[in-house]
Design a protein around this ligand. Structure first.
Ligand code: PNS
Length: 190
């Protein structure tokens, strides 16, 4: 992506919101929206390891994000991109991001995120900005919503509508197939 005049004036700031997004949750969307209030552009980076199969194919994860972020994508302030088998610091360098933005849902997240933030800063100097998760969404993670949905729990309001529909489809399919025990969460990334 070429530099526009705003970008080259020195005040312009792009950040990366990285994740597996397998699938995107309303917790992710809250963080992306708040990052867009702090930075001029947000790159939502779907980072995936080609050696690991997620629950959803990367193209479908991107579709979920594109639909959920429709207005923000149209405004040009947010874009969505997939990166395979890459270090986050290299992604930041490639897109010209000065910071990584992540949500923190509690001390468990901090223990997981802090070493990565420090390592990323060690590698290239890129900073990580942590945003406190909305308390109403503190219990929401991709893996938990998948597990709850797989066993018939209601995750309405925790994920975008399209994701909700796909989780219900997966649940119906696994119920319909003989000998299946809700294996949609196996071999997950992240
Ligand atoms: O949504 P997730 O699974 O919590 O996201 C984790 C992710 C993809 C952001 C993290 O695993 C990551 O940054 N992966 C890219 C590879 C990398 O840079 N690893 C070294 C981190 S210090």
């Amino acid at each position: 992506m070429g530099q526009n005049s705003q970008e080259s004036d020195g005040e312009w700031r792009r950040c990366v919101c990285p994740g597996s997004y397998d699938p995107v949750t309303n917790g992710h969307l809250d963080i992306i929206g708040r990052a867009a209030q702090l930075f001029d552009e947000v790159v939502v980076a779907v980072l995936h390891n080609p050696a690991k199969r997620g629950t959803f194919e990367v193209e479908e994860r991107l579709d979920f994000l594109r639909v959920a972020l429709g207005d923000q994508l149209a405004s040009g302030q947010v874009r969505v991109q997939a990166f395979a088998g890459r270090l986050l610091v290299d992604v930041c360098r490639e897109v010209g991001a000065v910071a990584v933005v992540k949500g923190l849902r509690g001390t468990g997240d901090l223990g997981y995120e802090l070493p990565m933030a420090l390592m990323n800063r060690h590698l290239t100097g890129v900073e990580t900005v942590f945003l406190a998760a909305d308390p109403a969404l503190e219990h929401v993670s991709s893996s938990l919503v998948k597990e709850v949905a797989a066993y018939g729990g209601d995750v309405t309001g925790l994920v975008p509508d399209l994701v909700l529909r796909r989780l219900l489809e997966l649940r119906n399919r696994s119920q319909g197939s003989q000998g299946s025990h809700g294996s949609q969460g196996s071999q997950e990334e992240g």
